[in-house]
Ligand binder design. Structure first.
Ligand code: IPM
Ligand code: MN
Length: 355
């Protein structure tokens, strides 16, 4: 049985880091004796340039038939002026919706060797080991929107945070299940002191908790959670939250480890999974060959784990990344003054050599 991966390099540094991951995936699959094939499609700004839309039909058709999808990054200043539905980001949101990937897993763990790069004190940064599960296909990202003008001539704009019960249940279930495989602690994050959508979210979590008596559940308000992430990150094991809160908290959590360039993500639903690093397209360094490929390489490890059920192969990649970091390999984003800086290609070769 061959695995087919659809590649969506996208914009900015996307093509550089996707190329690195392909090399790693090919090598690992060969080592495991598993055939793999790839096809490449357009998404984001590059798709706008070539077809006029950020998510062409050909891409939509290809991804739903894939075994898994690996995405680089989308966006850049070139496309910032377009109307909302013609921005690269709209392509990404459409892709998530088309794949029905409602649960976005963002594991954040500190590497001992990089603690010095964290904005936190080393003794605090050392404790960071959490998994954020962000709802990805609902909430204010996908709710009704409106722009208009009031009778007095002033403009108004409206975005709606809407959740149906089933949308909450299925992602919270992922949270409980993930907690069971970790330290059995689940923090559900909401803004239940203000928002009705949050009050319903919290009710549902409380109802479901009875089915998981082995998991310790805590509810946190999003503002207080944002604070505790930097003061007491050890409070968190699995965090489950709605789309916008998860977007914000996961960037915050990501920098705790020193570099956002290292962090992978997996977006899961009932069909093909979508895997992408959580950093953006970094247009300022696109094409320079200096981007950190590790976030994408680690995303492909998540692909092997969650979509292909190849735990040993996934570990093989994660161990190789840990080994190169332990050996002092550094791309520009994680190098300290005086340390040797590797190019994207050299870092990729270092990983390949450790597989
Ligand atoms: C992310 C990104 C996206 C999001 C943008 C690019 C639309 O910030 O994946 O976190 O907000 O979901
Ligand atoms: Mn984000």
């Amino acid at each position: 049985m061959s695995h087919h991966i659809v590649l969506l390099p996208g914009d900015g540094i996307g093509p550089d880091i996707i190329q690195s991951s392909v090399k790693v995936i090919e090598r690992v699959m060969a080592l495991e004796g598993q055939p793999v094939t790839f096809s490449e499609h357009l998404l984001g700004g590059v798709a706008i340039d070539q077809t006029g839309v950020p998510l062409p039909d050909a891409t939509k058709e290809a991804v739903v038939q894939a075994d898994a999808v690996l995405l680089g990054a989308v966006g850049g200043p070139k496309w910032d002026q377009g109307p909302g539905h013609l921005r690269p980001e709209a392509g990404l949101l459409g892709l998530r919706k088309a794949l029905g990937v409602y649960a976005n897993l963002r594991p954040v763990k500190a590497y001992q060797e990089l603690l010095g790069a964290s904005p936190l004190r080393e003794d605090v940064a050392r404790q960071v080991d959490l998994l954020i599960i962000r709802e990805l296909t609902g909430g204010v990202y996908f709710g009704e929107r409106e722009r208009g003008q009031l009778a007095n001539g002033e403009r108004f704009a409206k975005d709606t945070m809407y959740y149906a019960e089933s949308e909450v249940r299925r992602v919270v279930k992922r949270g409980f299940e993930a907690a069971r495989l970790r330290q059995k602690r689940l923090t559900s994050v909401d803004k239940a002191n203000v928002l009705d959508s949050s009050r319903m979210w919290r009710e549902i979590v409380m109802e479901m908790a009875g089915d998981y008596p082995d998991v310790k559940v805590e509810h946190a308000l999003v503002d207080s959670c944002a604070m505790h992430l930097v003061t007491q990150p050890e409070r968190f094991d699995v965090v489950v939250t709605e789309n916008l809160f998860g977007d914000i908290l996961s960037d915050e959590a990501a920098v705790l480890t020193g570099s956002i360039g290292l962090l992978p993500s997996a977006s899961l639903g009932e069909g093909p999974g979508l895997y992408e690093p959580i950093h953006g397209s970094a247009p300022d360094i696109a094409g320079l060959g200096i981007a950190n490929p590790l976030g994408t390489i680690l995303s492909s490890a998540l692909m092997l784990r969650y979509s292909f059920n190849m735990e040993t192969a996934a570990k093989r990649i994660e161990d190789a990344v840990a080994a190169v970091l332990a050996n002092g390999a550094r791309t520009k984003d994680i190098a300290r003054p005086g340390e040797q800086v590797l190019s994207t290609d050299a870092m990729t070769e270092a990983v390949l050599a450790n597989l």
